[in-house]
Design a protein around this ligand. Structure first.
Ligand code: SAM
Length: 368
């Protein structure tokens, strides 16, 4: 295997040379490495630098880049695992002193050992690994999903099989995907009388990334269960409402009278901890990340996002109303002047989060 020295952040390691003619280069090499996931890894290194776990498992290492970076750039003791002996050998070559490397099935490892932080970064869906990760993680659980089509409703049946939830391909589908994954992790966790608190969660391009705090005890498990519910969406217009609980209620759209369709079960409420995000923003300039510009825009957006469970793509609303959309600043100002909270969202440049009802959103678009 031809290898090339790569540097991400303050870490250098060897990665396989990719076949430039392959349709999807990361899959063309015997050991996986995708430079486009650098933002995902930078985010986790920053997270670890802020929360300082006492140890960290990179359960699916491939080249080992993620765990090596966490060790090197946040000073955390790490274990890096991969089921593929070729990958484990590569990780050993890349790892310096003090990094434990194991070769085996992540589920077997996580069923027998506990780590302060556990990180799942599989191909596609993390669903088969979440149960064991919930048992293994003492304080922090990090999860990547790249199967955004099933999560967001584009591949409905695959989404239902993996996450036991019904997504819907709405204007806010990337947020639905993140919340369905979060709801799934919550349901896997509460059966062990433990709860989760989302600390730093976001979606980008083809992935969803969760960084969660794990809390022990029935009280935390019950509080987590209390965040599970549905977004009830009208299929005729933009009206939607939240319904907490495991059973979706029968509800009708106040505007057109048609039945609302439940999306979920999914996580309702906030998905970021503004204090921690602020702490991470403070550390960011000293980290030397390749994606510093992206993260320096993302973090303030996450910190300000209202904890509503969906957003309005107000350009789509304007198209529907056959009107031209105002600027984002004017849109936010109109909603606030009407007495509601309003913020931007990281999911979409034309997305607005607000607690205003649908008719107020439409009035704000029209300026009436
Ligand atoms: N974390 C890596 C990074 O940031 O570059 C990428 C990991 S890659 C997407 C997924 C890896 O999971 C592959 O190297 C594969 O060999 C490994 N894998 C697949 N099934 C596994 C299992 N059951 N247990 C442990 N590793 C597994």
């Amino acid at each position: 295997m031809e290898r090339v020295l790569v540097t991400e952040g303050r870490t250098s390691f060897f990665a396989p040379v990719q076949d430039e003619n392959a349709a999807f280069p990361p899959g063309s090499a015997p050991i996986f490495y995708n430079r486009r996931m650098e933002a995902n890894r930078d985010a986790t290194v920053l997270f670890c630098a802020a929360v300082r776990p006492s140890d960290y498992l990179d359960a699916m290492g491939a080249t080992g880049v993620r765990g090596l970076r966490v060790a090197n750039e946040s000073g955390t003791p790490v274990t890096i695992n991969d089921i593929d002996p070729g990958a484990a050998a590569e990780i050993r070559r890349n790892a310096g002193e003090g990094v434990e490397v194991t070769c085996g099935d992540a589920n077997a490892l996580m069923s027998t050992r506990r780590f302060d932080a556990v990180d799942l970064d599989p191909f596609g869906t993390p669903a088969p690994f979440v149960d064991a990760a919930c048992r293994s993680a003492r304080r922090y659980l990090c999860v990547t999903a790249t199967d955004t089509a099933p999560l967001c409703g584009a591949h409905l049946k695959a989404g239902m099989r993996r996450y036991f939830a019904r997504p819907m391909n709405t204007d806010y589908h990337s947020e639905v995907g993140l919340r369905i994954l979060l709801g799934f992790v919550a349901r896997e966790m509460v059966k062990y009388d433990r709860g989760i608190e989302p600390l730093f969660c976001f979606a980008r391009e083809h992935f969803v990334r969760l960084h969660l705090r794990v809390r022990r005890g029935v009280r935390h498990a019950d509080r987590t269960l209390g965040r599970i519910g549905y977004v009830m969406q009208c299929t005729n217009d933009i009206h939607r409402e939240e319904a907490v609980g495991l059973i979706p209620p029968a509800a009708v759209c106040p505007g057109c009278g048609s039945s609302l369709r439940p999306i979920g079960p999914l996580w309702l409420g906030g998905v970021n901890d503004p204090d921690l995000i602020g702490q991470m923003a403070g550390l960011l300039p000293g980290m030397g990340f390749g994606t510093e510009r992206y993260l320096s825009r993302l973090l303030p957006l996450l910190a300000e996002e209202l904890p509503t469970s969906s957003y309005y793509d107000y350009h789509e609303v304007a198209k529907h109303l056959r009107a031209s959309p105002p600027t984002m600043a004017v849109m936010l100002e109109r909603l606030r002047a009407a007495g509601y909270g309003a913020t931007r969202t990281h999911y979409a440049g034309t997305g607005v989060r607000t607690d205003a009802p649908a008719d107020v959103v439409e009035a704000a678009v029209l300026g009436v």
